[in-house]
Design a protein around this ligand. Structure first.
Ligand code: ITT
Length: 203
């Protein structure tokens, strides 16, 4: 059996590959749009993470081989002191082609504009899945935490160097980019959502 991940974000794909290891160990193949000539990422103009995940899943479902599973991830960071921003705009916060570094710099700047910003935040991950029969499944998970004042750590991607997860195992108040990738997958929004899907796939 194959599962196709509708993402061009290498950081996300690496995390899925690690979380899906129980599948590959039992003979599944994990594929991405790079295995096709024809995948076009859709415009992500949905109002919610779930809407955007559905757009991406449908776009890949249209061009992937028949009889496979397809999963799309839409995710981002919702900061309380910024009324939930960058939210669904997380990938493009500093502009349409912004790099991860530019997005983090904008987040630091926006937090600094407020005298005593509420630094509580959550990473959110919505997964939209097509099973081989074309039946749709949805999963969503959050990882609560806070925004650090400065960047720390080199692991992960995106906003990881600014996000401190609130979790009993994160004893040193480290950012997502400082903790081991295995711990990130254990407590992250994506790890939690992907394990809900994994339970369905291993049924
Ligand atoms: P695909 O749509 O191709 O999957 P993308 O990077 O555009 O790639 P999204 O539209 O879902 O994906 O945007 C998610 C953004 O939110 C991503 O670019 C990061 O900046 C941020 N993000 C999501 N999950 C994250 C994580 O685990 N760690 C750090 N930042 C994350």
């Amino acid at each position: 059996m194959e599962i196709w991940i509708a993402s061009t974000n290498r950081g996300k794909v690496a995390e899925f590959e690690s979380i899906f290891e129980p599948l590959t160990k039992s003979g599944w193949k994990v594929k991405t749009p790079q295995d096709l000539d024809t995948y076009y990422a859709p415009e992500e103009n949905g109002a919610s993470f779930a809407d955007n995940a559905r757009l991406k899943a449908r776009s890949l479902r249209a061009v992937a081989p028949a009889g496979v599973w397809v999963v799309a991830d839409d995710s981002g960071l919702a900061v309380e002191g910024l009324n939930g921003l960058p939210g669904v705009h997380s990938a493009r916060y500093a502009g349409p082609k912004a790099s991860d570094g530019e997005n983090r710099a904008k987040l630091i700047k926006m937090m600094a504009l407020k005298p005593m910003p509420n630094r509580n935040a959550a990473f959110v991950c919505a997964l939209h899945v097509f099973d081989p029969q074309g039946v749709e499944h949805r999963f969503e998970a959050r990882c609560e935490g806070e925004i650090g004042k400065t960047e720390a750590g080199k692991n992960g991607f995106g906003y990881d160097a600014l996000f401190i997860p609130h979790h009993p195992e994160n004893t040193g108040k480290k950012t997502m980019a400082e903790i081991a990738p295995e711990l990130k997958n254990k407590l992250s929004h994506r790890g939690q959502a992907a394990r809900q899907l994994l339970a369905l796939l291993l049924k």
